[in-house]
Structures are given as C-alpha cells and as structure tokens.
Design a protein around this ligand. Structure first.
Ligand SMILES: CCCCCCCCC/C=C/C(=O)SCCNC(=O)CCNC(=O)[C@H](O)C(C)(C)COP(=O)(O)OP(=O)(O)OC[C@H]1O[C@@H](n2cnc3c(N)ncnc32)[C@H](O)[C@@H]1OP(=O)(O)O
Ligand SMILES: NC(=O)C1=CN([C@@H]2O[C@H](COP(=O)(O)OP(=O)(O)OC[C@H]3O[C@@H](n4cnc5c(N)ncnc54)[C@H](OP(=O)(O)O)[C@@H]3O)[C@@H](O)[C@H]2O)C=CC1
Length: 296
C-alpha cells in the first residue's frame, strides 16, 4: 500500500539537521528513520542512554544516515542546551526540532497525586517550551529559519477525561504553536503540529491501551477508516511539515486519525440504522413533507 511508502523524493532533507526528542522509541524513532532516509542529519535525545545508543546504531546501519544521540531530560534546560551544542558541534547548525517526547497514562484524575500531574505536564508542556525557547533564541541570533514540529493529540482540542494532565499540557503546546508561529514569523521560523490518532507503539499501548481495554474497545468499531495508523503515514507528514516544502504553512495543526475525532458529530448515532430502516425513515419524512406537516 502507498501508505507504507516514503512520500518525499530522495535527498529531500539533505543538509538539514533535525533534533527529534524521544527519538529512541516509537513514533520518534520512525520519524528519525525517515528523516535519515531523506538525507537529514538527525540528533535523537531522551532520558535512557542505552535505548538511544541502540536506536542510533540500528538506524545508522539500516539507513546509512548520519545520526548522533545525546541523553537529555527535556525538563532540564542545561541538558537541552547541551543537546543543541552537541548538534552544532557535530553538524554545524540545527535547522529543525520535533517536540515528540511525552509522558502519559490513563487514570481517574482524583486518583492522581500532585506529583503525578506535575510529571506529565512537565515532560509535555515544560519540556516543549524549554526546547523551543532554547532553539528559538539560537535561530534568531544566528538568522536561521528554523522549523518546529510539535506532536500533540486530537484531545488537545476536544479535551478528554482520564488523561487530563496530558490533555492540559498538549493544549498548551498547541496554543504555543499558534502563538509563536505569529510572533516568530518575521524571523522566518515556522511552527506546526500533528495531532495523531492511535498509532501502535509500546510506550502508548502499555500506558493507555492495556489488554483488558484492547479486547473491549476495538479500533475497527470506533474509527471511520477502521484501522490504526501506520508509522510511515505519520513520518511522511512529519517530513513534509519539517521541510521547506511546507514553507508557506505555519501555526497549523493537522489531524491524522482516520476520522476518530469526528465521533462527536451530532447525527453520528445514525451509524446504527440499517438500509431497511432508512427506507422507512425516508418514506416517513417524504410523506410528512407532502402533508405539509412542518412544525409551526
Ligand atoms: C484508546 C486507545 C488510544 C491509544 C493511543 C492514543 C494516544 C493518546 C495520545 C497521547 C499519547 C501519549 O502521550 S503516549 C506516550 C506514552 N509514553 C510515555 O509515557 C513514556 C514516558 N513515560 C514514563 O516514563 C512514565 O509513564 C511517567 C509516569 C510519565 C514518568 O515516569 P517517571 O519515572 O518520571 O515518574 P514516576 O516517579 O514513575 O511517577 C511520577 C508520579 O506519577 C505517579 N504515577 C505513575 N504512573 C501512575 C499511574 N498509572 N497511575 C497513577 N499514578 C501514577 C507516580 O506514583 C508518581 O507520583 P507519586 O506517587 O506522588 O510520587
Ligand atoms: N502512539 C500514539 O497513538 C500517539 C502518540 N502521540 C504522541 O506521540 C509522541 C510519541 O509517543 P509514542 O511514540 O507513542 O510513545 P513513546 O513512549 O515511545 O515515546 C515517548 C518518548 O518520550 C521520551 N521521554 C519521556 N520523558 C522524557 C523526558 N523527561 N525527557 C526526554 N524524553 C522523554 C521517552 O524516552 P525516555 O524514556 O528515554 O526518556 C520516549 O522515547 C508523544 O508526544 C505522544 O504524546 C499522540 C497521539 C497518539
């Protein structure tokens, strides 16, 4: 299927250096892999050095691309500055940032300690604005037209119970995306976001979709396009948004979720109606119209 294929031409990201936070696992790893295939220099960072090392060497081998890793907790500004310094040292400059690191788990909100809320909000919101601020200062000072891609969620807009700290934090990231897109537009710095639906990863599934839930709430029944996302589909959109092909787009959030977020449509309950029932309903409506039985 085309959705498992790379979309951009070979070399589309040549001479670009892109930092991917949380690039050792899951969607971050898939985006890093595709950026490398397109010729970018990639810097992955997160807390677990052993995982970063393993991913970097695997991707170096599988893509032949230039990748380095730097351990970093995105809640620590000095560690963020170190990632940027190491990236500049290795590749000369930094052109792109994907804020992909996150923490999240499902829980009734009243069961959360203050620290549990802080932990998620700090990784997602503080981590994102710290990294964006550090790179923004560097870009403005060095006259570099940088590009930021923030990975948010569909519930950053709708809100969602049982993941309230994540929802609050992702909403903040989305608002930062739009606010800074306007403010830093005059420096040529762009910020965009992707709101993914469900894309199977170990990190998300362990914490958000454990076995008992998986059996009960099958995606095929809830998502109009009846499947979860393929990592390459997200990587294709990410490569476009981080590249100059999207040079006229900023402050945008693109939903990539097979239509899942549309479930709130007021008449969507009509999904249950059969063809026979529709025949009867159509006849009733037409007959009411013919009889002029409109409400007063
Ligand atoms: C439909 C399908 C859609 C399927 C998918 C749909 C996707 C939805 C969109 C979003 C997806 C994502 O973000 S997916 C990303 C998922 N990936 C991750 O989360 C990776 C990183 N996560 C982590 O490292 C951990 O899960 C996390 C807890 C966040 C941070 O770990 P730390 O070691 O830093 O912190 P800890 O010390 O363990 O925990 C900090 C506090 O949080 C509390 N805490 C930890 N886990 C807890 C839990 N389960 N319930 C209550 N409280 C908990 C602890 O008790 C601590 O509080 P005290 O007891 O008071 O000390
Ligand atoms: N999978 C899905 O269906 C969806 C995912 N998303 C978003 O996609 C992104 C990737 O998630 P996914 O790949 O599924 O999950 P992962 O758990 O694989 O990715 C999360 C990454 O964040 C890193 N991370 C966590 N805490 C920190 C920290 N304090 N400092 C630096 N890095 C940190 C983790 O690495 P380490 O532990 O080494 O620090 C890990 O690599 C997230 O932003 C998530 O919210 C959004 C919607 C749906």
């Amino acid at each position: 299927m085309a959705y498992n294929e790379g979309m951009l031409r070979d070399g589309a990201l040549e001479n670009r250096t892109i930092i991917v936070t949380g690039g050792g696992t899951g969607l971050g790893k898939s985006m890093a892999a595709y950026f490398l295939r397109l010729g970018a220099n990639v810097v992955i960072c997160s807390r677990k050095e052993d995982i970063l090392e393993k991913t970097a060497s695997e991707l170096r081998q599988s893509t032949g691309g230039k990748i380095i890793y730097v351990p970093c907790d995105v809640r620590k500004t000095e560690q963020i500055e170190n990632v940027i310094a190491k990236a500049v040292e290795a590749f000369g400059q930094v052109d792109g940032l994907v804020n992909n690191s996150a923490g999240n788990f499902i829980s009734p909100t009243e069961r959360l300690s203050y620290k549990a809320v802080d932990t998620v909000v700090d990784i997602v919101l503080r981590g994102t604005y710290y990294f964006t601020l550090a790179l923004g200062k560097y870009w403005i000072e060095n006259h570099i037209k940088g590009s930021v891609l923030n990975i948010v969620t569909t519930y950053a807009t709708t809100g969602s119970g049982w993941v309230v700290p994540s929802a609050m934090a992702k909403a903040g990231v989305l608002t930062m995306t739009k606010s800074l897109a306007f403010e830093w537009g005059r420096h040529g710095i762009r910020l965009n976001a992707i709101a993914p639906g469900p894309f199977p990863t170990k990190g998300a599934w362990d914490r958000l979709f454990p076995e008992e839930l998986a059996a009960k709430f099958a995606f095929e029944n809830r998502i109009p396009l009846a499947r979860t996302g393929e990592h390459q589909e997200l990587a294709n959109l990410a490569a476009y948004l981080i590249s100059d092909f999207s040079a006229y787009m900023t402050g945008e959030v693109i939903t990539l979720d097979g239509g899942e977020v549309l479930a709130g449509g007021q008449f969507n309950f009509l999904k249950e109606i059969t063809d026979n029932q529709w025949d009867a309903i159509e006849e009733q409506i037409k007959s009411a119209t013919r009889g002029g039985k409109s409400p007063e």
